[in-house]
Design a protein around this ligand. Structure first.
Ligand code: ZN
Length: 78
C-alpha cells in the first residue's frame, strides 16, 4: 500500500485501507471503502462498478478529486 489509499481481495472479501486515510475527511474514507466494496461486485471499473458508486455516493467524483488534492500519493485506481 505504498501509493494506494486502499485495495481489496474480492475472493476473500477483504479490504485494506491506507492508515493515512484516518487523517482525512470522513467522506474520503467513505469513498475509498465504497470503491473497494464495489470491487466485490465487479473487479473492473466497468459500468456495473460505476453504478454501485453512483447509487451509494452520487458525489463520488468530487470526493475523489478532493482526496487527490491532498498532499499524499495520488489515489491510484486499485
Ligand atoms: Zn478500483
Amino acid at each position: 500500500m505504498k501509493t494506494k489509499w486502499g485495495s481489496c481481495n474480492p475472493a476473500k472479501k477483504i479490504i485494506w485501507l491506507n492508515s493515512e486515510l484516518s487523517k482525512k475527511l470522513v467522506s474520503a474514507i467513505d469513498y475509498v471503502i465504497l470503491h473497494e466494496i464495489a470491487h466485490f461486485v465487479s473487479p473492473r471499473h466497468d459500468e456495473v462498478f460505476l453504478k454501485v458508486l453512483e447509487t451509494h455516493m452520487p458525489t463520488w467524483r468530487q470526493v475523489r478529486a478532493d482526496l487527490n488534492a491532498l498532499p499524499l500519493p495520488a489515489w491510484t485506481e486499485g
